[in-house]
Ligand binder design. Sequence first.
Ligand code: ANZ
Ligand code: ZN
Length: 822
Amino acid sequence: MDTPYDPQSLELKWQQEWERQKTFRATEDPSREKFYCLEMFPYPSGKIHMGHVRNYSIGDVIARYKRMRGYNVLHPIGWDAFGMPAENAAIENKTHPAAWTDQNMAAMQVQLRKMGFSYDWDREVATCRKEYYRWEQQIFLKMLEKGLAYKKRSFVNWCPKCETVLANEQVKDGLCWRCETNVEQRSIDQWFFKITAYAKELLDETHHLKGWPERVLIMQREWIGQSEGAEVDFPLEPSPVAGEGGRRPGEGFIKIFTTRPDTLYGTTFMSLAAEHPLTLELSKGTPQEKAVRDFVEKVAKMDRAKRLTQDYEKEGVFTGAFAVNPLTNKKLPIYAANFVLMEYGTGAVMAVPAHDQRDFEFAKKYGIPIEVVIQPEGKIVDPTSMAEAYVETGVLVNSAQFSGLPSEEAKKKITAFLEEKGVGKKSINYKLRDWGISRQRYWGTPIPIIYCDTCGTVSVPDKDLPVELPTDVEFTGKGGSPLARIEKFVHVSCPKCGLDAKRETDTMDTFVESSWYFLRYCSPKYDKGPFDPKAVSYWMKDGGVDQYIGGIEHAVLHLLYSRFFTKVLVDLGFLDAGIREPFKNLLTQGMVIKDGAKMSKSKGNVVDPNYLIERYGADTARLFSLFAAPPEKDLDWNDQGVEGSYRFLKRVWTLAQESAGQFGSGNEEETRWRNKTIKKLTEDLDRFQFNTAIAALMEFYNFLSSRSEKPTRASIEALLILIAPFAPHVSEELWQKMGQNGMVSQTAWPTCDASTLKVDKILLIIQVNGSVRSKLEAPVDLTEEDAKVLALKDEKVQKFMQGKEIVKVIHVPNKLINLVVK
Ligand code: ANZ
Ligand code: ZN
C-alpha cells in the first residue's frame, strides 16, 4: 500500500509537470503586487558546484515562499556567457568558444532543472547572443554621445599570461585575479566608462540602501574613497636658468591637493609624481636634469600595484627648481617622489614632514627641515627629537593669525583665506577611477566603433547593429586579440565617407553584460530596445529587484557597476527616473566549507552536487544546504547532516502516507502545535532564518509522530505546505497522494489562528537542588514568587525542604522552578 520514498522518480515527475504547466511563468499584472527575486547568474563553466546549490536554494525558497504568500513573483535565470575561460578552452582543446559555451549552458541547465528551482525558463538570457549584446552596443554608443564613454591612452594592468588588460578590481596584491601571474604595466589606447561622474551619487546613496548588508556598503564607500580638502596653487620661483630651455621668471604654479590645509604653514618642500608634466620640464637646463630623467625612468619600471601598497623605500630627486608658499612666500625645493601618484588628486603634494609620515621619512632621508605646526593638547612635539610624524589633529602653532585654532576650525579658515586671495579652493577627491572596459579578447561584446583616416572615430550607425562576432577565428593564445587578425572583420568602409576604414577590435569587459542583465529579464525577447519600458517599470518599481542574492566577492565589482549602469540608463532616457538603484535588498551568502577550507578544485575538497542528487535527491540537497547554517554564515559541510536531512524527508513521507485515509480527529494541543509552527515558519522565512524554520518543522513532525492518535488532515496539509519551499518535490507528491487538487506550489501559505495559541494551564516542573521532585499543573505566566508559593505547597516538595533554607530560586517561566537549598 505505502510506496517507498524514491526521490529520483518523483522529482523528475514534478519537474516535468512544472514545466508542462508553466507553473512558474511570470506575467506582468499591475493588479498584483510583484516580487522580483534574483540570484546572481552563473558563468557557464560546465558544471554547477555546491556554492551554486546554496545560492540558488536560498533564492528558490524565497521565490516559492513569496509566491505562496500571493506575490506575483519574477524568478529568472540566465548565463553570464562571455569571458576568458571559453577562449582559454578554445586554445587548449581546439573547440570554438561559442560551441564550448553552448555545451556548458545546456549541461548546467539540466543540472539546475534537476534541482527543482522554480525559474521562469522562458526568460532565460545568454549574454553571448547577439539579441543581447546588440543592445549593449547601443547603450555604449549612447554613452559615447553623452561623454560617458571615452578613449584615452593610459597605463593599464596587463596580464602577460592572459594577454589582456585587467581592471584595477581584477588585480589582487599585484596578481591577476584569474591566473595569479604578476601583473605588468603597459600604455595603450583604452575605452573607459566615466563612473567617476557618479562618484558622489554612488557614495551618498549607500546611506539609503537600507536593505543591504552594512559591510558591503562599507566596502563600496572605501572603494569610492572620498577625501575632503583643498586645492592650493603654489607659484613657481623664477628659474635661475631661464632662457636656456628653463622656465621664464614668474611663470606658472603647482596645483596640489591636500586633506590637511591646517598644516599649510608647515610645508617645507613640494613633491611631484614622476609622471607629472612639470617634473622633467622644471629640471631642464639645471644640473639636476640627468638625475631627474633617470629617476623618472626608474619609477616607470616600478610595479604599480606595489606603489599603491606604501611598503617600499620612499625615494625621490631634487628637480633643481623651487616654489613658494602662497601664504608665507617661503621658498620650497621641488622634488619628484616615488610615492606621489599621478592618478590621484593633482599628482602634486605640499609636503609637511612634521605631520605626514611619508614626508617625514623623505625629509629625514634628504636632510630637509621639519617644522611643527600642530601641537597635541598637553604635549610638546619637538622637531629635533621626533621619531615619527605627528599625524593627528591638534592646535595650530607657528601659523601666523591661525595659531591657537584647533585643526578642524583652521582647515575651514585657511581654506576660506586661500579662496579670498584667489590661490585655492575647497575640493573633494575620490579614489574611484574610471572603468576601463577594453579587452584584447575575442569572446566578448565587440565595441561598435570604426576608425577612419578622414573622419576619425566613427560610431557604427544604429541600423548596422549588432556588430557581430565573426565565427571563423583562429585561437593561438598569442599576440593580442584574435579579432585583429580577421581581415574580413577589421576592414570596412567608413559609414560617413565610404572610404576604407578599420574596426575597433577590442571587446568589452564582461562586467558590462552583468551590469544590466536584471533589466533584460523583465522583457527578454523585446526587440525594440534593451528592455520594454512598461515591463521594467512594473518589475523594478519600489526600489528595483526586491531580493538579490549572491557572493560577497562581488561587493565592489559587479554590485558597484550595476548601480552605476542603472543611473546611466536613467540619464540616457532608457529607464524611469524612479529607478535609480537596481537592488532593494541584498543577501550575501556565506561560503561552503569542507575540512576547514572553502570548497575548491585546488584544495581537492569538492563535493559534486550530482552525487547528492543521484544518491539522495534534490530535496535533500536543498534541505541540507538550508538547514546546515544561516544563509549569511559559512556552511560547514558534513555527511551526517546530509544523511539527517534525507532521513527527515523519508519520515515525513512515511507519516503522511500512514496518516492518509485514517486521519485523527485532533485536539486542542494538536491545533496549538500546528498554528504555532505556522507562526514560527512565517516569521523565520520573513527573516530568512531557514535553519531555524527547518528545525521547527522537525519539532512539529516529532510531535505529530510521537502520539498514539493519528494526526489530523489539517496538520498533515500544513506540514506539506510549510515544507514545500524547501523540499518542493516530495511535498508535491504527497499533496497529490492526499487527493488534493492543484499543486502545493500554487497553494496559499497558511495563516496562524492566534486564538489557538492561548494556553491557560502549563505543566510546571519543580526541582530541588536540580533534581525533579514534582510536576504540577499551573496557570500560565506565573511570577517567580507565585511559582515558589505553589511549589512549597506540594507535599512531595516539602519532604526535601525540611530543616533547609532556600538560598536561590531559578525560575524558567512556564516551564520550571528550581529551589536551591542548604
Ligand atoms: C599635506 C598634508 C599634510 C597631507 C599632512 C597629509 C598630512 P587621502 O586621505 O588619501 O585623500 N597626496 C595628495 N595627492 C597625492 C598623490 N597624488 N599621491 C600621493 N599622495 C598624495 O590623502 C590625501 C593626502 O595625501 C594629501 O594631504 C597629500 O598630503 C597626499 F599633515 O597634504 B597631504
Ligand atoms: Zn570616414
